[in-house]
Design a protein around this ligand. Structure first.
Ligand SMILES: [Zn+2]
Length: 244
């Protein structure tokens, strides 16, 4: 699967399998040289040379690469898919996943979509989720939905925000069973939010929202630290096994 060296000034499409120049092939669906389907092998130098990165660490944990980086188009791939304990890619899957488009991991950071125990991205899904739009156990976002939802628009069992919708809802505008608003303090809602105070700090008044976010971020950091310790232990166990 060698990528044939091409004159960088030209942008002639070529076969990524055998290097045959495919310019002018309008009637064929296959490379005339090696017979591979054009949809699989056609490459333009300008795309192939667009500087994607691919790197995999030699260190492994029970067969899985410790670190893999896959960013940008590279060869036949339009996107980099990284799958490793620590994965950095356009699409990243790992214990720690950093994705420019999608990240899935225990700790998932970045991209359009992040899914993880702790997730942070434009669209975040997780036990602890931060983002423009967040869905999760504890969701902090412009638009947040979760068991505990804190955001501009919050929907949840415990919802706090500019507009809050929930069983217990506190906000400028609040809708639900038990409400706290500027003009109303339902004792059941006050008690419910008070029960969360040991974990999240005061959920009311709303001026404290930044402090709550910082606390939730700190919980995320704790999860990340525990995961890092787990990875380190697994690495030691793995390397001691291979050393024997
Ligand atoms: Zn070919």
């Amino acid at each position: 699967m060698s990528e044939a060296p091409r004159d960088a000034r030209t942008d002639e499409p070529f076969c990524s399998h055998c290097g045959y120049v495919l310019t002018g092939l309008t009637e064929s669906s296959k490379c005339p040289e090696c017979g591979r389907p054009l949809v699989e092998v056609l490459v333009r130098p300008s795309l192939a040379a667009r500087g994607g990165k691919r790197w995999t660490s030699t260190a492994r944990i029970f067969g899985t690469p410790l670190i893999q980086v896959a960013l940008g188009p590279h060869g036949r791939e339009r996107m980099g898919r990284a799958r490793a304990v620590i994965a950095v890619g356009d699409i990243a899957v790992g214990c720690f996943a950093v994705g420019s488009v999608v990240s899935v991991g225990v700790v998932a950071l970045g991209g359009t979509l992040a899914v993880g125990v702790v997730s942070l991205s434009a669209l975040a899904v997780g036990l602890i989720a931060f983002g423009g739009l967040a869905l999760g156990g504890i969701a902090c976002a412009g638009l947040a939905a979760g068991v505990v939802a804190i955001g501009g628009l919050a929907c949840g069992v415990y919802a706090m925000g500019g507009m809050a919708i929930g069983v217990h809802a506190a906000g400028g505008a609040a809708y639900g069973a038990h409400l706290i608003t500027g003009v109303r303090r339902d004792p059941a809602a006050v008690a419910a939010f008070r029960s969360l105070e040991p974990f999240l700090g005061s959920l009311w008044p709303p001026g404290q929202i930044l402090l709550i976010y910082l606390r939730v971020l700190a919980y995320g950091a704790v999860v990340a630290a525990i995961t890092a310790v787990g990875v380190a232990l697994a690495y030691l166990a793995s390397s001691s096994r291979t050393a024997r």
